[in-house]
Design a binder for this molecule. Sequence first.
Ligand code: NAD
Length: 461
Amino acid sequence: MRALFDAQFQASRAQVSVPLAIRRDRLQRMRALINTHGDALAQAVQADFGVRSPRLTEVADFLVLRALLGDLEKHLSRWTKPQRVRTPLYLQPARAHIQRQPLGVVGVIGPWNYPLQLTLGPAATALAAGNRVMIKPSELTPHSSALLAKLLHESFEASELCVVQGGADVAHEFASLPFDHLLFTGSTAVGRKVAAAAAANLTPTTLELGGKSPCVIDRSVNLADAALKIAHGKLLNAGQTCIAPDYLLLPRGMEAAFEQAYGAAVQRLFPTIDGNPDYAAVLTDRHHARLQSLVSEVEARGARVVTLGQGGEATRQLAPTLVFGAPDDSRLLQEEIFGPVLPVLLYDKLSDAVSHINARPRPLALYWFGTDTAARDHLLQQTVSGGVTVNDTLMHIAHENLPFGGVGESGWGAYHGEAGFLRFTQQKPVLVQSRFARGDLFYPPYGPLFDRVMGLLKRWL
Ligand code: NAD
């Protein structure tokens, strides 16, 4: 690992300026890899999960990646150019610009839930910005991680882009390398360790973490439409999505109507659960048992649990579940759920929903459903979250002109689009002095001329 890092480090210092043609070529090789081996990669993800439709990988990993690659390729030339800035009068006739340069070597640590999008996406963005990249994919997706390593090894020099495989020990060692930037996607708990390891090298980090993303329904909602979109966002990949709605805030009195609408939505999306190839499995027995225990714990404490459809124990396909009346201090309401279980919390006034959200760590995503724009604006103004989709779920991640990232405990820094390009770029300010400049007016010894100039400037500035 260290040898790979050293090779990348030396290459990045030997070729500080990375021409557009090289950057384009790297992105094209990444695109070619997806085009040629997409099916095999999706099959590998299927093997990792047991049940996970290659079509799900097509839409949730590859479509997002293709959009990201297309956007990078389209804007690369403009984003790479020096950016002229206006020079204030007191510095004229100097000129100034911001030179955009690669940082050097970027590390990317990925999670298991979308193992291709969340490794290749940051990697492509860092490559576009002219960096060398090392990827550490999750050890919990061994088939896709191994295939990714093999394919990238065939398409890229190790000094351009390489993969290091391994578990938590390797990951810790990886996070301790003196990268020029380290992007981590994963849990908040491990994110803390990554930030600590990176701090020892003063390596700046982007932390794409998780948390409990609320979904707020307003009384003005079209319930059938909202329930369908919430069910889609919650049940995609069986809830194993960082920006899945974690829990619902519902106006009191709408419980029965929502339960009926959500049931109809689930029936439409997934008429069966056990054996349905469109409904992803929970990744491992350990994750499956954890989710079951989150539900049984609140059921034992009096919560009402509604199971929609018949799950499969052997396939680890956990049925969509609604939970009403879970106690506040239960793990279900304290921990990120990361599964197809949706607790429903009731609120009376919008201000109660706002207070609930603001009393907790800032979420990665927030969703709002309704037509009352005043209520919508109030909620958006009074809460802080990593991102928002109004009247749908998940979709803000697919918009390349929106930076994607968290805030507070859901992470820091964002990528996608130009925000991502700049995340992996040194924006170097350059001032070019003019030979007609009169900077000497400010030099000592300070005399009457200095006082006159300062007097003028005091009036202008
Ligand atoms: P995880 O934190 O358990 O693991 C993520 C990666 O960290 C793995 O590659 C793992 O090997 C590595 N790792 C483990 N210990 C480490 C250490 N000490 N130092 C450095 N790296 C270490 O997360 P996970 O279970 O793979 O993924 C689920 C979590 O990821 C959820 O919390 C989810 O919300 C979050 N997530 C966030 C986003 C986002 O974009 N914000 C996207 C997907 C998932």
